[in-house]
Design a binder for this molecule. Structure first.
Ligand SMILES: [Zn+2]
Length: 430
């Protein structure tokens, strides 16, 4: 059993390691660790050392993900993959992604200290590029594992004009081998990821952690309203075709529609571009960005449909021309039901039923989305103080980190029990 004292000590070490990794930065005044940079290599080397100290064998794969394997009782046993990402956005916090990799290492370290081998191997992964900071691509590390590597990514250049092809070579990797990072799905039990929530829900409910139900699918569009630019002094109000006031009305309607639909549906207008953009000219053309997300693609699409209906009505009433450009769409991905149940009972056990099990969707994308293509996946969220992330003030509560480790440990115990029972029943059948 992961005694209370041990989980606190492990949490302390984990948090110290977060500080060490924060030092591998391309910025003097903040954290930036991008794909295929010297800081990426430093982080992989350091994490590899910690993996070895925890009793794992280590390697770096064809795209630059860092791996460690803790063998099961039988060689070649199926594996459970646990991990998250080691790269960051510019001026990042210390915990986004990193926490999940280091938590998995602490978990293995504890098993190793107990001299315990499971009916399955544990492979810990530190993904190389989740954020897409350098090349604008996201989830490179996890997509490559899921067999979704695309050779046309090699031509993408960073803002210094270095192509991914050249960056891979400079890093010591062979671009022609990236496609071979794909995993064989056959012997994978699943993928688990512990991650900070990056939102305010758990904190608002005073809960240390929660079980993720799924990762929302996002739909993004640019909505254009075209009216007539004109003189701000000479055009009376009733003769105007003002695209900006139409866009303002539409923005408020989008907020109202999202609130009315409720649940996990969120809709955001984050950008407004208006032309010609002068103080004394009525706006003739306005473009709004729209980002709509839900764990249910049906709910999300229904929201976009309602927004389109109201946009048409507003445009009609104001004599504006409406056009849509759909720029991005990703389907929602559900977390595996069995593993959600494993996490839930692990939370009950770790907190002796004193903390309710909160299930919540993820509004943000994660590596687990990509892994879901090849194996069952599940995620645990840890409370994010002030809901802050992608920010230097991103934080975790040390007590919560200890709780997260206890829950992961209990979940492993539960999975071990399930696997042992499966093995027994399988041998009874055969
Ligand atoms: Zn992350």
């Amino acid at each position: 059993m992961f005694r209370k004292l041990d989980s606190h000590r492990a949490a302390k070490r984990l948090l110290n390691r977060c500080e060490t990794l924060a030092g591998f930065s391309a910025l003097d005044d903040g954290i930036l660790r991008a794909y295929l940079t010297p800081q990426h290599a430093q982080a992989n080397a350091q994490v590899g050392e910690w993996m070895i100290a925890a009793g794992m064998t280590t390697w770096q794969d064809q795209v630059g993900n860092q791996w460690g394997r803790y063998e099961g009782c039988l060689k070649g046993a199926p594996k459970l993959i646990i991990g998250s990402h080691l790269d960051t956005v510019p001026y990042a916090g210390r915990y986004d992604g990193i926490l999940g990799v280091l938590a998995a290492i602490e978990l293995v370290s504890q098993l190793n200290a107990e001299n315990r081998r499971l009916p399955f191997a544990i492979e810990v992964v530190g993904f190389c590029d989740e954020e897409g900071t350098r090349f604008g691509t996201t989830l490179i590390g996890s997509k490559a594992l899921a067999g979704q590597w695309q050779d046309d990514w090699l031509a993408i250049e960073d803002d210094q004009g270095t192509s991914m092809y050249d960056a891979l070579i400079a890093f010591g990797l062979d671009p022609r081998q990236c496609i071979n990072a794909r995993l064989n799905p056959e012997n994978i039990l699943g993928f688990w990821e512990l991650h900070i929530e990056q939102g305010p829900v758990l904190e608002a409910e005073d809960l240390p952690l929660g079980v993720v139900t799924g990762i929302a699918g996002a739909k993004r569009s640019m909505i254009q309203l075209k009216g007539q630019a004109g003189h701000a002094g000479t055009t009376p109000m009733h003769l105007r075709r003002d695209s900006l006031t139409g866009a303002a009305e539409l923005t408020l309607a989008i907020e109202r529609i999202a609130r009315d639909i409720g649940g996990d549906l969120v809709a955001t207008v984050g950008q407004v571009f208006s032309k010609p953009g002068a103080v004394n000219v009525i706006a003739g053309q306005t473009i709004l960005s729209l980002d709509v997300r839900s764990q249910s693609d049906v709910v999300r699409d229904k929201a976009v449909e309602q927004i389109n209906d109201i946009a048409e009505a507003i445009a009609g009433r104001r004599s504006l021309e409406l056009s849509w450009n759909h720029t991005h769409q990703a389907p929602a991905v559900l977390c595996n039901a069995k593993y959600q149940a494993v996490f839930s009972s692990a939370i009950e056990q770790a907190f002796e039923n004193k903390v309710p099990v909160r299930r919540l969707p993820s509004g943000a994308g994660h590596d687990a989305m990509a892994l879901a293509e090849i194996c069952p996946m599940a995620m645990l969220f840890l409370r994010s103080p002030r809901g802050l992330s992608h920010h230097p003030d991103e934080a975790v509560i040390p007590e919560d980190v200890a709780s997260g480790l206890s829950v992961l440990y209990q979940a492993i115990n539960k999975l071990e029990l399930d696997c042992s029972q499966d093995l027994v029943s399988n041998s009874l059948v055969s």
